[in-house]
Every structure is written in structure tokens, then in C-alpha cells.
Design a protein around this ligand. Structure first.
Ligand code: ASP
Length: 358
């Protein structure tokens, strides 16, 4: 954990959390091979120092390293640390807003996780939390990290009536709700935002803003952050031509608690999975059906009737449905401990049924 020694944490500031990623990456030969690099090499202090002289006047920055990893290696424990740190920052009166530098590979998971665990708090505290990253390592010619970080800092610190407190993301000059972010291109500079309903960071689009407000109105209560070691074990299994029953039966002797089925088309899966999945459900394994197509919603009982207890993912992609199921299983466990008879399906529905911004 490193804190910028120049700024007292009691003065009003933007807190920048570093998680690693390409934005903190270094290429040994940046001129000739900028895409051959190692992510998570540069400290967040150094990333902040690069843009310090151009941040809007009066905006003070404090940085804190939570992790410095390639986000393909992100763990449940990293999410717990980040979620708790963001929650604390939102309650700290000296923090005006939060920026998070993150790898783009799994920024989709982190975006949904933060919305579900801290979205309401950010809204009620009127503070913006902005996720950002980069597609080029920090020492590549034309690196996109500094401009993305600068956009994130500007957005986190601009007056709140332009856009309410909430959990957002910025890449390549555009902003979206972090829960809409997903990397959908291997190399393009706007890869994580390609399919996201978004708005120019400099000029908020009113129809996007009304979509944000509709989502925020529907999100009434944040779910608890699982403690490190308490995250339910959920796997994503992809149905495909030639799928085998063993893909399911293999897990039945493990302590796995949920499957997200990345199905074909409407989210259907191979008939050879029907019997082993029935066995999985009898064992108490939670089941969510989603589509591997990359777009569109997975609706209940379409095209066939769902087995009782199996839940369609709505608009959630498989990586998001996995985070949603983990948080829903954990929330149901906590609720049951407190004597409330709520199921994981009750909590999952709150997430999957949020309005979509178009
Ligand atoms: N593999 C990198 C990461 O997710 C990619 C990136 O940041 O763009 O950390």
C-alpha cells in the first residue's frame, strides 16, 4: 500500500486505487513490439505522477496500490479488498471521488461487482467511482493510459449535477456505467466499451443519463461483499457441438456451488447435459442459463421450459452472471443467518432484472 506523501489524507482529494493491468504495463521493446509486454509493472503513484501537472486546478490526488496484477489473474480476494476500500472511500468525507486503474481483461467482472456492492452507496454519497484501463502498455508510443486516467480524474471531480454519484467507467474518451463494460475486441483502443451504451466524457448525453437514472432507481440496496475465503465457488461451462455429459458429471464430486451455463442461441444447452444437470440441481448446485452469442437476453422458459430452480440470466453475460450468482448465493446465506427466508434466486433477480440502457 503506498500513499502519496505530498497530500494529507484529510484534505479533499480524489483517491486513485491501482489494480494493475496494461495501463501499468511495460514492454521491453516498446518501439518495435508494443504488444509484447508485461501487465502490472508500474506503481499507481507513478501513473498518477504522469498526469499530476495536467489535472484540473484544485484537484488533489492520493493514490493507493490495492494490487498490481494482470487482470486475467484477478482473484476473489482482490475483489474483496477493492470493494471494501471503495466502500470506505465513499464514506470518507475527505474523498471527493474515486478512480480505479484496472486491467481490461476482467474489468467486466469488477464493473458489475462494484455496482452490486457499492452502487447505492456511491449514489447516496453523491460520489463517482470511475474504472479505467488501457490497451497499450505505459511505455508504448501513443499509450492510451494517461489520457484515460486524465478523463477518469476529470469525470470523478466535475460537479455532481452533470451526472449523479455512481459506478462508471471511462475508455477512449467515452464513459458508461461500469456494469455495461465488457472487453469485446482483442486490441482496439475502445475494446472494453465497444458494445456499451455510453456517452462522451466531456458532454453527457441526456438519453444515456436518463438510462443511468432508471438503473439507479431500480437498484435499491447494495449486496454484502463476501469476505476473503467466503466467495461461493461458481464455474462457467460452455455448451458446444459435441458437448459431453462428463463436462457436468466431472464436478458432481466437488464442492462447487453453482454453474453458469454459457449456452448456444437463446441459452440452450446440449441434450446430453439434461440428465447430469438434473443431478446437479438435486445436489443443490445453483444453475443459471445464459447465452454464448455475445448479445441479446436469455429469457425464462425460452425456447423450452426451464427446470424448476434454474434461472435465466436476463442481459447478463456469462462472466457477469458468474459474479451475480456468487454475490446472490452469499447474500442469501447472510439473509438466512439473519432469519430472512430469501433465496439466491431472489437476489439474482434484482441484478438480472435491472433496466438496460440503450
Ligand atoms: N491482460 C491485461 C489485463 O487485463 C490487459 C489489459 O489491461 O488491457 O491486465
Amino acid at each position: 500500500m503506498s500513499l502519496n506523501p505530498n497530500i494529507s489524507e484529510n484534505t479533499s482529494h480524489i483517491l486513485v486505487f491501482g489494480m494493475g493491468g496494461t495501463i501499468a504495463g511495460l514492454a521491453p521493446n516498446p518501439e518495435t513490439s508494443p504488444l509484447q509486454y508485461e501487465a502490472g509493472q508500474v506503481g499507481v503513484d507513478a501513473l498518477v505522477a504522469q498526469v499530476q501537472s495536467v489535472v484540473p486546478k484544485g484537484v488533489k490526488l492520493v493514490s493507493r496500490q490495492i494490487a498490481n496484477v494482470n487482470s486475467r489473474n484477478l482473484t476473489d480476494a482482490h475483489l474483496t479488498s477493492l470493494g471494501l476500500a471503495v466502500g470506505q472511500a465513499l464514506l470518507d468525507s475527505a474523498v471527493r471521488g474515486v478512480v480505479i486503474t484496472h486491467g481490461t481483461d476482467t474489468i467486466e467482472e469488477t464493473g458489475l461487482f462494484l455496482q452490486i456492492t457499492c452502487g447505492k452507496l456511491a449514489q447516496t454519497q453523491s460520489k463517482r467511482v470511475i474504472l479505467t484501463g488501457a490497451m497499450l502498455p505505459s511505455n508504448a508510443p501513443g499509450a492510451d493510459g494517461p489520457s484515460n486516467l486524465l478523463d477518469a480524474l476529470r469525470w470523478a471531480s466535475t460537479p455532481i449535477d452533470n451526472c449523479p454519484g455512481g459506478i462508471y467507467a471511462v475508455m477512449d474518451g467515452r464513459g458508461c456505467m461500469a456494469m455495461d463494460l465488457a472487453k469485446r475486441h482483442a486490441t482496439a483502443l475502445n475494446a472494453p466499451l465497444q458494445n456499451a451504451p455510453s456517452s462522451s466524457v466531456g458532454l453527457i448525453n441526456p438519453s444515456w443519463l436518463s438510462g443511468v437514472k432508471a438503473v439507479q432507481a431500480a437498484w435499491s440496496e447494495d449486496l454484502p461483499i463476501p469476505q476473503e475465503g467466503e466467495w461461493p465457488w461458481v464455474e462457467i461451462l460452455t455448451s458446444h457441438a459435441g458437448a459431453r455429459p462428463e463436462t457436468i458429471t466431472h464436478w458432481l464430486s466437488s464442492s462447487v456451488q453453482g454453474f453458469v451455463l454459457a449456452g448456444s442461441g437463446h441459452g440452450g444447452f446440449h441434450d446430453d447435459w439434461i440428465e447430469p444437470l438434473d443431478r446437479a440441481m438435486v445436489q443443490g448446485i445453483a444453475l443459471v442459463r445464459t447465452t454464448r452469442t455475445g448479445a441479446g437476453s436469455t429469457l425464462p422458459n425460452i425456447p423450452e421450459l426451464d427446470a424448476p430452480g434454474c434461472r435465466a440470466s436476463g442481459s447478463l453475460t456469462a462472466p457477469r452472471a458468474r459474479i451475480a450468482l456468487q454475490l446472490a448465493l452469499n447474500a442469501a446465506k447472510q439473509a438466512n443467518k439473519a432469519g430472512k427466508p430469501l433465496t439466491w434466486q431472489d437476489f439474482f433477480a434484482r441484478i438480472a432484472d435491472l433496466p438496460e440502457i440503450r
